[in-house]
Design a protein around this ligand. Structure first.
Ligand code: DU6
Length: 398
């Protein structure tokens, strides 16, 4: 009987590293030959959007096939650069939103997306996991020693949001290391080892909460809400692009894709999978559906990893329930509690960066402000249901 689809001990096969988790280690900064034109243009986005020249420059790009791109990292950088260009092209002038993406971008973007198993829109794996460098390559992975490769309008807000998200991923990555140990401990019914690993997972989630707090030092609520948020928006359930986007030269039918979201982070979904938290209970179906959909916006190897964890049997939760071991239940409950705390903290951050700024807008256009309100409200409903389902997974300890 197959215990797992693929042995979890080989994290590398899932493009996951013990040190970095889901983060792309040491991303490329340049593309070979004429492909570098994409990187050069994407880097100039904040400046060219400011001057209203970005769209013109996109139309001047040559038409390139993706045949000469080689290796995973080159493809990741190409998807990131084309994703950034696409967001700038669509959202540069919000009075005149573009409904057709020119073929010079649309054709290679759809082709590279297909190769990577990603949608042709900028995703979390692009702008967070692959969008970073160390200033001093020998120095530490700290905010001060890091920078993003590509930025958006809104000053340092995109740098702050992307790098703090990245540092949360880094803090949580130390929990990923224990996942193979956890399944090994279950297989060999080693309760002591399982208990120890669960405590380590809880500690690294606690560490992630501390890092999350850096957001207040580096992201300004008004810039985030009024500027950056727009550039990360997608064209699915978005009243600004109700039909979706036409990818010229690919299909004449407009296509709908969701914008970037923390739900596209594998780290966000991986603890639910590990702890057997199922967002499927009454009132939670919409959240479950959204989380499932967002797996298609992850690198396919990370999606495979989540599925492998979810399908492994016996699950961590089942094993602990049937073990009747109080210390194991306590360690499991500790993980659930800190994960719930992380989600409560995320709710607070969303309140500060989305809910409060949305109320400060005293514009007369009621239709527009109510449409704006829905996004924030839906996000709050989603995060609350995810948090509540998390806390509902607590086990009785006696
Ligand atoms: C949640 C996710 C979303 C969309 C795009 C980045 C984090 C640290 C803070 C809100 C969040 C974090 C984190 C990682 C575990 C996001 C995000 C890019 C796009 N967060 N405030 N993170 N990230 N496109 O929502 S501080």
């Amino acid at each position: 009987m197959a215990f797992l689809k693929k042995p979890l001990s080989y994290l590398e096969e899932f493009h996951i590293s013990r040190e970095m988790g889901f983060i792309l280690d040491d991303p490329l900064e340049e593309l070979p030959g004429h492909y570098q034109a994409w990187v050069t243009l994407a880097k100039q986005l904040p400046f060219l959007v400011q001057n209203g020249q970005f769209r013109e420059e996109v139309k001047k790009l040559p038409e390139l096939s993706i045949d000469q791109l080689q290796g995973y990292k080159e493809k990741c950088l190409a998807h990131l650069a084309l994703g950034v260009i696409t967001m700038g092209y669509v959202w540069q002038d919000q009075e005149k939103i573009m409904q057709v993406l020119p073929r010079q971008i649309a054709v290679p973007f759809c082709a590279i997306s297909e190769q990577l198993g990603l949608p042709p829109i900028m995703v979390y794996a692009d702008c967070v996991l692959a969008n970073w460098k160390k200033k001093d390559p020998l120095g530490p992975m700290t905010y001060d020693n890091m920078d993003t490769l590509f930025a958006f309008p809104g000053g340092d807000c995109s740098k702050g949001f992307f790098l703090v998200s990245l540092l949360v991923e880094k803090a949580a990555a130390s929990a990923i290391r224990f996942i193979p140990d956890i399944f090994e401990a279950i297989k060999s019914e080693n309760s002591d080892s399982l208990e120890q690993s669960l405590h380590s997972v809880a500690s690294s989630i606690e560490e992630a909460i501390e890092v999350f707090k850096l957001v207040h030092d580096h992201v300004n609520p008004s810039d985030f809400y009024n500027i950056l948020r727009i550039y990360l928006s997608g064209w699915k359930n978005n009243h600004m692009l109700p039909n979706g986007l036409v990818y010229e030269g690919v299909s004449e039918t407009p296509k709908k894709f969701s914008g970037g979201s923390a739900a596209q982070s594998s780290i966000v979904q991986c603890f639910d999978a590990l702890l057997g938290i199922q967002h499927r209970t009454a009132g939670d179906e919409a959240s479950a559906k959204f989380l499932q959909e967002m797996r298609d916006y992850m690198p396919s190897s990370h999606k495979d990893f989540l599925e492998t964890i979810s399908l492994s049997s016996p699950s961590v939760r089942e094993f602990i329930i049937s073990s009747q071991d109080t210390r194991l239940r306590e360690a499991y409950n500790k993980c659930i509690t800190v994960l719930g705390n992380l989600r409560s903290y995320h709710l607070q951050v969303v309140t500060k960066y989305i809910i409060i700024p949305s109320k400060k807008q005293n514009d007369s256009n009621e239709e527009e402000s109510s449409a704006r309100g829905t996004g924030g409200t839906n996000l709050m409903i989603f995060l609350k249901s995810v948090r509540d389902t998390t806390m509902a997974a607590l086990l009785r300890e006696n």
